[in-house]
Design a protein. Structure first.
Length: 505
């Protein structure tokens, strides 16, 4: 069984990291459900959930100190207005768990469980299943899109209902067969789940934020921080400052989507303007070149856990592309800083969307993206007006009160117990979207599909011996041929049958 799970993990990772034209695989999920039947079924004692606090179990592969993924789990735990108990199980943590998350779990009387990264996948699935049946009334999966452990752990009916957080809606992911409810953070994510994954069991739960109180003392502190940050970066008083936030891979260069080229055009049109890009590596060649070509008006401070100093220094937020950072965008806009959305060539869910952004549409192309940015850079009055409109919209839709209302709606939709679901072949992605997914996924990695998958197999301890057809189909993954992964899944299903222990007569 363990080798079968490793092969399944390899196939899922290849599908996520390189794309193949579909967002769900009925065959791969069926193979994992078959493995799930071999695990012991827990015997949970009857328990009346009406007379005690509800117990939530949040499952993560890893918890990170930087990024919105872990912050969302922490805010969920903190924002719950009831006396529910919130525990977190982390399946493959190699470093320390962020202190904020551990503190939030402790305050909610929960338990933080961290499994050893080298624990066999099948054992992790067994431990997770038993943990959920014994200690949870609802399980929420905040896992990587290729995570096979939850699907095997919950691949049988019974036990607590399973909720899957759809935090990477534009990628292939596993879990359609076990999700009693899929949570989408944005309208585009919900639409894609229904249309391209064939799942109607979905609900919206917005990204939650703690609003910043606009008191005189806070405004004074922000002004002091603004002056300090600008002075440290060598930005003159009164110069318009743009801000963008996102990991370096989100700014990958594509033929029709080149953020750095657009940024240089904006700075060329505004000779006194500066741009702060938080997230990309300082030593990355294209960013270093852009810094030189803009005479140091492009600032790349690298990764940081505290964005407050850069928020304070900014006048306008530029949504990065081809992949946006919705959490970063909303956090900035909530403070009254206007934004320019990504061009339409990067449609949601690659770019941010939602009710809070209805006041501004996406620029039709890169040229309009540049024009809007330049116009805001020149017009302080329009910056203040648009910033106030967007801030009100974000606070109305992403505040703690709004989140709590949606949270209660979510709880009303939960079934009493878990069941598994058939996964059907959904509508295929349009060619232009499929090509964008494949291009972004492939460019995210230094290696081509075959080399990447071969190296990933070696790390998993697998010894692939591909035949000619296998190599040909794997190569076609790069070009979005939907038949290629189906062939790989058949190989995996065969591996599943070969590695299953024979029953004794």
């Amino acid at each position: 069984m363990e080798p079968a799970l490793q092969w399944a993990l390899l196939a899922a990772r290849s599908a996520v990291h390189h794309g193949f034209g579909e967002l769900v695989s009925p065959d791969l999920e069926a193979a994992l459900l078959e493995i799930a039947q071999g695990l012991p079924v827990p015997h949970s004692a009857a328990d009346n959930v009406e007379i005690r606090a509800r117990r939530w179990l949040h499952v993560m592969d890893k918890a990170y100190s930087i990024g919105g993924h872990t912050a969302l789990v922490e805010r969920w735990v903190r924002f719950d207005p009831t006396d529910s108990v919130h525990s977190v199980t982390i399946l493959s943590q190699s470093g320390d768990v962020p202190a904020n998350l551990a503190e939030a779990v402790s305050q909610r009387r929960g338990v933080l469980r961290v499994l050893r990264p080298d624990t066999p996948l099948l054992e992790k699935a067994h431990l997770l299943r038993q943990d959920a049946w014994d200690n949870a009334d609802t399980v929420v999966l905040h896992v990587h899109p290729y995570s096979v452990v939850p699907l095997v752990a919950f691949g049988i009916s019974g036990g607590p209902p399973i909720v899957l957080l759809n935090h990477l809606s534009q990628h292939f992911w596993l879990g359609a067969a076990v999700a009693d409810l899929v949570i989408s953070l944005r309208p585009s994510a919900m639409n894609w789940t229904r249309r391209y994954r064939g799942i109607d069991r979905t609900v919206m739960l917005p990204i939650p934020f703690s609003p910043r109180v606009a008191e005189p003392g806070n405004r004074t502190a922000l002004q002091v921080q603004r002056q300090k940050t600008r002075a440290l970066l060598g930005i003159p008083h009164g110069a318009p400052v743009f801000l963008t936030v996102g990991s370096g891979y989100k700014y990958l260069q594509l033929p029709s989507l080149d953020f750095l080229q657009a940024a240089r055009s904006i700075l060329d049109r505004l000779p006194d303007a500066h741009l702060i890009a938080v997230g990309p590596r300082q030593d990355e060649a294209r960013w270093k070149e852009a810094q030189i070509l803009t005479n140091g008006r492009l600032h790349v401070p690298g990764h940081t856990m505290d964005l407050g100093e850069y928020h304070a220094a900014a006048d306008i937020y530029l949504e990065g592309y081809p992949i946006g950072s919705p959490t970063a965008l909303f956090e900035v806009v909530e403070q009254g800083i206007p934004c320019v959305r990504a061009p339409r060539a990067a449609p949601p869910p690659f770019a941010a969307d939602g009710v809070a952004l209805e006041a501004i549409d996406q620029p039709k192309d890169t040229a309009e993206y540049i024009e809007r940015s330049v116009a805001l850079g020149k017009d302080a009055c329009e910056r203040h007006r648009l910033g106030a409109v967007l801030a009100d919209a974000v606070r109305a839709n992403h505040s703690e009160n709004s989140w709590v209302q949606r949270y209660r709606e979510l709880q009303a939709l939960l079934p009493r117990s878990h069941q598994t679901y058939p996964v059907r072949a959904p509508e295929c992605l349009p060619a232009e979207i499929r090509n964008l997914i494949v291009a972004i996924s492939t460019l995210h990695h230094d290696k081509d599909t075959l080399t990447y998958t071969s190296h990933a197999a070696a790390k998993l301890g697998l010894d692939p011996r591909p035949d000619r057809q296998f190599l040909a189909n794997l190569f076609r993954c790069v070009f979005g041929d939907p038949t290629s992964l189906k062939y790989l899944v058949r190989v995996i299903a065969g591996q599943t049958r070969r590695t299953r222990p024979r029953r004794r007569s």
